[in-house]
Design a protein around this ligand. Sequence first.
Ligand code: COA
Length: 262
Amino acid sequence: MATDLVQLSLDGPIATVVLNRAEKLNALNREMLSALERCADELERSQDTRVVLLTGTGKAFCVGADIFEWSDLSPLEMGRRWIRDGHRIFARYARLPQPLIAVLNGYTFGGGLELALAADLRLAAEGVQLSFPEVKLGIIPGWGGTQRLAQLIGPSRAKQMIFSGERLLAQQAEKWGLVNEVVPSDSDKLTQRALALAQQIAANGPVAVQMTKQLIDAGMAANGDAGLVLETLASSLASFTADAQEGVAAFRQRRPPQFSGR
Ligand code: COA
């Protein structure tokens, strides 16, 4: 199956999902979220697929939520639809029966990093930048970032990334355990490594691989979903502060924001 904005190809045991909105650096709009969900339907049903790769076209993996879409929503729409849709769809990717490998070909920011965090493994090309820039807009990561990042790299480093909004190079992200492997950025090396790893996993007993995925995830989820519920509420509120309006206006006007703390 393929849509314009998200493409799914099934090739024997390996499926590839490609975010395909290169001119907007694969920023996620509502149409892409729906397309991602339709791909998840298909992947969940696919008997043949043993490993799923998720990547982007152009110079970005994904630069996050489409600022021009969410900034026009009302507070209730924000919480009920935008945030909850993202949570549900990203959770479906996290819970795919097959291992999911995020193949980070370029900028991995905000919601793009949250989507990558829903994957089981992350491979990145050397030089790729990863960041949670939400605080620069006066908002907070709202698609699971506050929860999954801290679970993966620990609360202290998660706070450093989220509070500062600074960009981490893939090499540093690897040291922090955010990225499994960094691959030289020469053309096709990342794809070759992703395919080789996918083939290695696909050659193993699929039931054993899928059961171990679920066991590891069940062990990690001992705290339940309370953090995600809080994130939905906080993210909806934070998106309607004067600071969030200023952050979005500054992004639109390509100028530094002047935050007032309100
Ligand atoms: N939402 C919507 N559109 C976005 C976007 C986003 N998150 N990020 C980039 N775009 C668009 C830009 O508006 C631009 O569109 P245009 O060509 O029609 O003007 C296009 O994608 C290319 O982006 P541009 O900023 O010109 O590219 P760049 O290479 O100079 O900078 C980034 C790349 C990633 C540093 C910069 O785009 C950026 O900071 N994006 C915002 C990331 C962010 O804050 N994400 C969290 C969102 S909640």
